[in-house]
Design a protein. Structure first.
Length: 353
């Protein structure tokens, strides 16, 4: 059952991405030659309004094949012959739909799980936070001038900065703002550095609260994805931090097994609900990450197409098709090499666990 759930999650996330391209292509009267649900051999297909719709054997996403995308077309309804704005909208639509999916899933998480405001629920004894007068019930407002909306942003901040660096913290106590400078203390047993405050989240206060924190959850996941890319390029992340489909599938399998174990003595419904919500929570991360990664200005990705269109908008003329084809070809080759590296890296990590 776990492998089916993993395939479905991958499939839904990729399908929603391609569906975003499809909807905006139709809105801008761009001809879609084929829209496929799934990959591999065709099981069923039909044609309506010049578009072939296919259901394929492998439920792992799909694709939206547009006229004039990646090739020259004389059709007035070809992607290559549409306005700059139309092409920007269509290219951005896939990542946008991933962010929308992450938002919808986040509403479920906020409703059934806890919400993640920067609310302090406990303070460790003899910690820097306790010595600074921070107490349970206080709310962290900012770290070094960076506004904090989710408690996990504090962890993200710590990952991106020197653990021994003094940090200016603004926090709310009884409705009043206070500012302190904290330097984390090192735990002699684990070797980790801690501010000393802890948050376990809180329950939802209603649908408005859930919608607000669903938006903030997507914001956090986008911020975390961008920070991850930054860590890779600045050398703060190793090759083992890269994860492809094999690694993601293995992580999802671990999440599902741990979720089952948490409620193994409860009813079958509670077991299913706990596993489902944990998978949905992970899907929020995956969908937001897919959206961010596709916006990177890399040839053959949505971000690469957006970059070409922006160059055209600024210069007033299109990039010559043959040059664009060469750049995209190089981009595809590099992406394939990266995928092969990540695949074998994933296998190595799984085998040695």
């Amino acid at each position: 059952m776990n492998i089916i759930a993993i395939i479905l999650v991958f499939g839904v996330i990729v399908f929603v991405h391609e569906f975003g391209h499809f909807i905006f292509a139709k809105m801008n009267k761009i001809k879609v030659n084929e829209f496929s649900i799934g990959m591999g051999p065709s099981i069923a297909s039909w044609t309506k309004a010049d578009t072939m719709y296919s259901i394929r054997a492998l439920p792992i996403g799909g694709y939206c094949l547009m006229e004039g995308l990646g090739e020259e077309s004389d059709s007035v309804n070809g992607y290559n012959n549409k306005s700059v704005l139309a092409r920007l909208m269509v290219s951005f639509a896939g990542p946008l739909f991933n962010f929308i999916l992450a938002f919808l899933f986040s509403i479920l998480i906020c409703h059934f799980f806890t919400i993640d405001p920067p609310l302090i629920t406990d303070v460790m004894e003899n910690s820097a936070a306790e010595e600074a007068g921070i107490q349970a019930g206080d709310v962290i407002v900012s770290l070094d001038g960076q506004k904090i909306y989710n408690y996990r942003e504090i962890t993200l901040y710590s990952m991106m900065n020197d653990p021994e660096k003094p940090v200016d913290i603004v926090f709310l106590h009884d409705g009043e703002e206070h500012e302190v400078t904290l330097t984390k203390k090192k735990d002699p047993e684990s070797g980790n550095f801690y501010f000393g405050f802890i948050s376990t989240g809180r329950a939802s206060e209603g649908i408005v609260d859930e919608l607000k924190y669903a938006v903030l959850e997507v914001r956090f996941q986008i911020k975390a994805a961008v920070s991850s890319v930054k860590m890779i390029f600045t050398g703060h992340a190793s090759k083992d931090d890269l994860m492809g489909p094999v690694g993601i599938g293995n992580t999802m399998n671990t999440i599902m097994e741990e979720a089952k174990e948490e409620v193994k003595d409860e009813s079958a419904w509670n077991q299913f609900l706990n596993v489902f919500l944990n998978v949905i929570n992970f899907a929020v991360l995956l969908s937001a990450n897919l959206g961010v990664m596709n916006l990177l200005p890399v040839p053959a990705l949505d971000g690469g197409r957006i970059l070409f269109v922006l160059v055209e908008a600024i210069s007033g003329k299109k990039v010559p098709p043959e040059r664009e084809a060469i750049v995209n070809g190089i981009g595809v080759a590099l992406l394939m090499l990266l995928m092969i590296f990540v695949f074998f890296n994933d296998l190595g990590n799984v085998i040695h666990k």
